[in-house]
Design a protein around this ligand. Structure first.
Ligand code: SAM
Length: 375
């Protein structure tokens, strides 16, 4: 597999991408910016309780909220005004939980402004907004800023103390702890992360998900690598263009980070923008966090239904249409679990080990009076 690392290591060095993104979306929280990201049609019934200000300042490019179920704990990366979070709050209901994370004070202020009003309308409060960078989800930036206020940095020694404090915060009071999230969603944000932080971003996404949890991500992708003219334009960076993944590499980033069942849920046919002949469009994908490592104890059996002649899983195991394939217990669970992405394509054939055990404990049929056919 071709590594994506070469595509995520270089960064334009004539401007600070993160600062540009921060500035542009601070402004976008104050005044609606029609040029930022593409129009999305959400399900009307979930917009009824949302204030106009939140509906209008929508900078998403897809609708990951379509793939959420009741009772789930959902993390929204780059939550902006909170629109996706408030839609999801209605879908997960009272037993579910929604956490929006953003690093932008103006966006956080706006998303929090309507929190109690929306909770009153819903009859419960299941949503919170926290300050963090999506590529460093363990660090609670509000706590780090509080420490900084009391310990301003004026020397290299103090800088080192601050770094030690950040590590302590990450370990002792992580903003988002390991294995705690059912679904990570994001709407038009991953592209905005600096190239050199993109691998860490995917590692963080994986870390916070529970085993078997999933990521549902809408983002802007492109069909060819952006030209250096595009990469060096700060306006195109903050406008969700220059940082777009090439679409094949976007899926590979999930694969390289350990996800399985990676699938394109929606690919807009019409490009959102075409620049220098390169098409930029919205793509929504889903990917699952691996469950336990597969053992070599192949005692369960499954059958692939088709229509393809042969398919292959992330671990290189092939399944041939209509043929029984022996798999480990872990793979059997992954393929046949109720929420498995493979479930519709797979027939669970009963456990071979169980069959042998059942045969061993069955009374000797040939002596049984119930046997109608024994000779
Ligand atoms: C294009 S807007 C999308 C907002 C929202 N998801 C929506 O659908 O309207 C990008 C948002 O991500 C935030 N953001 C960008 N980079 C971020 C990062 N590295 N960490 C946290 N938030 C980030 C911005 O502040 C902004 O609110």
């Amino acid at each position: 597999m071709k590594s994506t690392s070469s595509l995520t290591s270089s960064s334009p060095n004539n401007y600070d991408i993160e600062q540009e993104v921060l500035d542009r979306y601070q402004a976008g929280a104050k005044v609606q910016q029609p040029s930022l990201c593409c129009a999305v049609e959400y399900e009307d019934k979930y917009l009824e309780i949302l204030p106009q200000e939140i509906i209008e300042k929508d900078y998403g490019c897809g609708d990951p909220t379509l793939y959420i179920s009741e009772g789930e704990t959902v993390l929204d990366l780059g939550s902006g005004t909170g629109k996706n979070c408030y839609i999801i709050a209605q879908k997960v209901g009272e037993k579910g939980k929604v956490i929006g994370v953003d690093f932008n004070d103006e966006m956080l202020k706006l998303s929090r402004k309507y929190q109690s009003e929306i909770a009153n309308k819903l009859g419960f409060n299941n949503t919170k907004f926290v300050k963090g960078k999506i590529q460093d989800l363990a660090l609670d930036i509000e706590q780090a800023q509080h420490w900084l206020k009391q310990n301003p940095i004026e020397s290299i020694e103090q800088l080192s103390q601050f770094e030690t404090e950040c590590d302590r915060l990450r370990q002792e009071t992580p903003l988002i702890a390991d294995n705690t999230i059912d679904v990570v969603v994001s709407n038009c944000v991953l592209n905005l992360v600096r190239p050199q932080d993109k691998h860490q971003l995917f590692a963080e996404l994986y870390r916070v998900l529970k085993s078997g949890g999933r990521a549902v991500i809408s983002d802007i992708v492109c069909d060819q690598d952006p030209t250096s003219k595009i990469l060096n334009d700060p306006e195109l960076w903050t406008g969700c263009i220059a940082g777009a993944f090439r679409e094949d590499n976007f899926l590979k980033m999930f694969e390289e980070s350990g996800f399985y069942g990676i699938e394109i849920l929606k690919r807009e046919e019409k490009p959102w923008q075409v620049i220098d002949g390169i098409e930029f469009r919205s793509l929504t994908i889903r990917a699952y966090k691996s469950q336990k490592q597969a053992s070599s104890d192949f005692q369960q059996a499954v059958m692939y239904k088709g229509p393809w002649k042969r398919v292959e899983n992330e671990y290189g195991q092939s399944f041939y249409r209509g043929e029984k394939s022996m798999v480990s217990h872990e793979t059997y669970e992954t393929l046949t679990a109720p929420k498995s992405p493979y479930r519709e394509s797979i027939i669970a054939v009963s456990s071979q080990k169980k069959k042998l055990e059942e045969l061993a404990t069955e009374p000797n049929q040939s002596n049984g009076k119930t046997s109608c056919c024994s000779s």
